[in-house]
Design a protein around this ligand. Structure first.
Ligand SMILES: NC(=O)c1ccc[n+]([C@@H]2O[C@H](COP(=O)([O-])OP(=O)(O)OC[C@H]3O[C@@H](n4cnc5c(N)ncnc54)[C@H](OP(=O)(O)O)[C@@H]3O)[C@@H](O)[C@H]2O)c1
Length: 232
């Protein structure tokens, strides 16, 4: 990442996933990156999106490497507890809906709560969260996918509020909701065949270029891997 200077430190949360591991590898191979840390359910420390104490404990331990100039949260789920996205109102189930919000909105919000304090306050810094174009209300032309769509839309609102709040104390901090394109992964495997997907490393290269071009403002960005803005 050119915009973060020659010795930036990066943290990838959800480093076990297809997109998270591609980010981790890209930072490891970037001569400007002096340190990259990965955090997932299987790293040491580890965390779960469903446990705030595991999130705060992990943040406490990773603070030893702070300040970071870049944090990427690449967590998320579409199929949860074996249940795929709901296509009709008749399929709505309160427990499934709350699980979608737990994984895609509340867990990521708690990550923002505990990890933003690890970001650099004196220099350019970025908090990037993998969202999804289907979380755009104005782009929703097909309907369906109630839990996933609405949990990503709510996530986007959390990012916007966090960006506004943090702009008062961290004027150089950028928040971005990211749409990676359709990428082959555990998350997408049931819905699209790999030959119709973008390789994760290409999506990540595009997202890193897009992040490089952003300037700090009082609000979050919603952008895709080609650097195009997405309507909220
Ligand atoms: N792939 C696509 O086409 C696509 C398109 C639009 C948006 N996205 C978004 O991109 C992000 C990454 O997706 P991906 O395609 O890379 O999927 P993935 O390979 O399935 O990765 C998902 C990541 O989330 C983690 N995770 C899930 N539930 C968790 C929990 N309860 N606690 C902690 N970690 C948890 C997974 O950890 P484990 O490895 O432990 O399961 C993994 O690191 C998601 O936010 C997704 O919505 C993806």
């Amino acid at each position: 990442m050119k915009s973060l200077g020659k010795q930036y430190k990066a943290l990838v949360i959800g480093s076990s996933g297809a997109i998270g591991s591609a980010f981790f590898t890209a930072f490891k191979n970037d001569p400007n990156c002096s340190l990259v840390a990965g955090l997932s359910r299987t790293t040491q420390p580890s965390f779960s999106l469903e446990s705030e104490i595991s999130i705060s404990d992990s943040a406490h331990l990773l603070a030893l490497n702070a300040p970071f100039q870049l944090i990427v949260d690449a967590t998320g789920a579409l199929i949860i507890d074996g249940q795929g996205p709901e296509k009709q109102l008749a399929k709505l189930d309160p427990i499934q809906l709350s699980r979608a919000f737990q994984i895609n909105t509340i867990g990521p919000a708690l990550l923002i709560k505990h990890f933003v304090p690890l970001l650099d306050t004196d220099n350019r810094a970025i908090y990037a969260k993998l969202s999804a174009r289907v979380g755009s209300i104005s782009d929703n032309k097909k309907g369906g996918w109630y839990g996933y769509r609405s949990s990503k839309a709510a996530l986007n609102m959390i990012l916007q509020s966090a960006a506004i709040e943090c702009s008062r104390t961290h004027p150089n901090l950028i928040f971005a909701a990211l749409q990676p394109g359709t990428v082959a992964s555990k998350l997408s495997a049931k819905f699209v065949s790999p030959e119709h997907c973008l390789p994760a490393d290409e999506a990540v290269e595009g997202l890193m270029n897009a992040l490089d071009s952003l300037v700090a403002k009082c609000g979050a960005y919603f952008i895709d891997y080609q650097g195009q803005a997405i309507e909220w």
